[in-house]
Write a protein that binds this ligand. Structure first.
Ligand SMILES: NC(=O)c1ccc[n+]([C@@H]2O[C@H](COP(=O)([O-])OP(=O)(O)OC[C@H]3O[C@@H](n4cnc5c(N)ncnc54)[C@H](OP(=O)(O)O)[C@@H]3O)[C@@H](O)[C@H]2O)c1
Length: 318
């Protein structure tokens, strides 16, 4: 199949994630977006059908139920691969899961690729290298995740109302967040996940608490080794204000830190990302690049490495 057309059909281009993806594709050297407005496979227009038919890939920035409806229809209509930004297929057998740094196997022949969720992206970047090396106990993992309100999309809900959220922060969907299953599936271990809303538009951080099974200094070493070849994941030498969301919002960068060890025996592991970029649209761009055989990071702004530890802050592991 030829993927030389380089036009990407984007469903959900008016949504928060879709808007950012369209902007990234407009600035891309070889890919370009084509917004598809169809909502119902029973009544999509000839123009949308034709655009999907000639696109080199299709991106679904839709609610999961809409993705479940469209994916099989598209499979009938085009041989081009479908990249789904929802959680409809993230734990489906045989569907590649698009965190490039953790699952770098080629995806170019895939018909369907699942873009990871925002909390799962931050949690897995922070913890997967530690679990894979057996450096932390599998049965004692707690994660507190905090997100800006754009993580919920543009739909209207009372708890997202300005008067509820401004100057406020509160937990939501505790014990039943839809990302728990996705995280546990790809981490291979159970997690206690608590999610909280922040009174900001975008940016997401997780703080995971783990129990080392080794010298705790090995955790920092393992994360450095896991990401030394990956320029958009920065492992800090200490958890400090460099984890601040303002450093990652608008970028594909992820900032990670670990430690210190406390008398409790638990060690915190931190990760900060932009939910709409690394947590959705820029991760989607990386997957689209890989589907087209391009440099995975084509079209992304250069990474911004953090500087050294702030004055007065002691590096945790050196
Ligand atoms: N927001 C994030 O931080 C984030 C992060 C990771 C993953 N995601 C996932 O990405 C997907 C999109 O999220 P979002 O935040 O961009 O949502 P959103 O702001 O609510 O946008 C949803 C988009 O889907 C369109 N749409 C809704 N129902 C449709 C249907 N039945 N058929 C066709 N189009 C339909 C909407 O069109 P209208 O404008 O016409 O309503 C809109 O363009 C979701 O699955 C979400 O879980 C989001």
């Amino acid at each position: 199949m030829s993927r030389q057309g380089h036009e990407i059909a984007v469903f959900g281009a008016t949504g928060y994630a879709g808007q950012v993806l369209v902007r990234l594709l407009k600035a891309h050297p070889t890919l370009s977006p084509r917004a598809i407005s169809a909502r119902d496979p029973a009544s999509w227009t000839p123009a949308d059908r034709a655009a999907v038919g000639t696109a080199s890939a299709v991106a679904l920035a839709l609610p999961a139920e809409a993705s479940k409806t469209w994916a099989p229809v598209l499979r009938e209509h085009t041989k081009a691969p479908v990249l789904d930004l929802s959680d409809a297929f993230r734990t489906s057998p045989g569907v590649p899961y698009g965190i490039f740094e953790l699952w770098p196997e080629p995806i170019a022949s895939a018909h369907l690729v699942a873009n990871p969720g925002c909390y799962p992206t931050a949690t897995l970047l922070a913890l997967a290298p530690l679990l894979r090396r057996g450096l932390v106990a599998q049965d004692t993992i707690a994660v507190v995740g905090k997100s800006g309100a754009s993580g919920a999309g543009k739909k209207v809900a009372e708890h997202l109302h300005f008067c509820e959220l401004a100057g406020n922060s509160f937990p939501y969907n505790v014990g039943r967040h839809r990302h728990i299953r996705e995280i546990e599936h790809h981490l291979g271990a159970p997690v206690c996940l608590v999610t909280e809303l922040l009174p900001i538009v975008r940016g997401l951080s997780v703080t995971a608490f783990v129990r080392p099974t080794c010298d705790p200094a090995a955790l920092h070493r393992a994360l450095c080794e896991a990401y030394e070849a990956h320029p958009y994941v920065h492992v800090l030498d200490a958890p400090d204000a460099r984890l601040g969301l303002r450093h990652v919002v608008g970028t594909h960068d992820a900032r990670i830190a670990v430690g210190p060890v406390t008398a409790s025996g638990l060690v915190p592991v931190f990760c900060s990302i932009d939910n709409l970029m690394r947590g959705a649209a820029s991760a989607a761009l990386v997957a689209l690049n890989r589907l087209h055989g391009l440099d995975p990071h084509a079209g992304l702004a250069a990474p911004v490495p953090p500087g050294p530890a702030l004055p007065g802050m002691k590096a945790a592991w050196t």
